[in-house]
Design a protein around this ligand. Structure first.
Ligand code: SF4
Length: 218
């Protein structure tokens, strides 16, 4: 399913309106980025409710959320020392993120996003774009955001040729083994070994591991 971007809206605004904007939020938490290029950097994670896809390995309950205002979100972010924020989900681009952009950029935050790429991301909305396409699961989904800082693909044995047309739009390219907490150590181990092998055979890709899961942190 593809939904047109609510983000392609006027990015002028006044702070009071931005503080009153509302978002469906699953959780806001402070942690260390565990995967991809920015692994190891402390961030505040803002997890938005709702997604337009339903991946079988998804470990997020994005259907349980509460409505929060821009002010409540800002207050939650401000209590932590880091100046790095990640918009994640669910699919964060189902929201008009300009109000949060203005509230956070005016306070010198660096904004990252983790998106499935089915919704185009407006220019200057986000500082660091990580796209994790799900077309190995949804061959008919359209990848509308074809540029960014990271392309991060969950590897389940799909042919890498499927990324030939888009990979040049991304600075860093990662393959990440599919890790399923409900599966056995052997099942997950096979995925790790298979992904390591495919990266060795295709060195333009790098291995991304979800180190936060091993560490038992969020
Ligand atoms: S796109 Fe991401 S958030 Fe949505 S169902 Fe798939 S893994 Fe979960």
């Amino acid at each position: 399913m593809v939904i047109s971007s609510p983000g392609l809206q006027n990015h002028q605004g006044d702070e009071q309106k931005d503080l009153e904007a509302t978002y469906n939020i699953v959780e806001i938490f402070h942690s260390v980025q565990g995967e991809g290029f920015r692994a190891g950097i402390p961030h505040v994670f803002i997890r938005f409710g709702r997604c337009n896809l339903r991946c079988e390995w998804c470990d997020t309950d994005f259907d349980t959320f509460t409505e929060m205002t821009g002010k409540e979100i800002l207050d939650a972010v401000l209590q932590y020392p880091t100046k790095n924020v990640v918009f994640t989900g669910g699919e964060p681009m189902l929201n008009d993120l300009w109000a949060l952009n203005r509230l956070l950029k005016s306070r010198d935050y660096h904004l990252s996003i983790e998106s499935n790429g089915t919704i185009e991301i407006p220019e200057n909305l986000i500082d660091w774009i990580c796209i994790s396409p799900k077309d190995q699961m949804y061959p008919n989904s359209i990848l509308r955001q074809q540029t960014g800082d990271e392309l991060k693909c969950v590897y389940v044995g799909q042919p890498l040729e499927m990324y030939d047309e888009i990979k040049s739009g991304f600075v860093h390219k990662y393959l990440q083994p599919c890790y399923h907490e409900g599966e056995s150590v052997e099942w997950n181990g096979r995925n790790f070994a298979q992904t390591e092998q495919i990266v060795k055979e295709n060195p333009e890709w790098r291995l991304s591991l979800q180190t936060h899961k091993w560490m038992g942190i969020l």
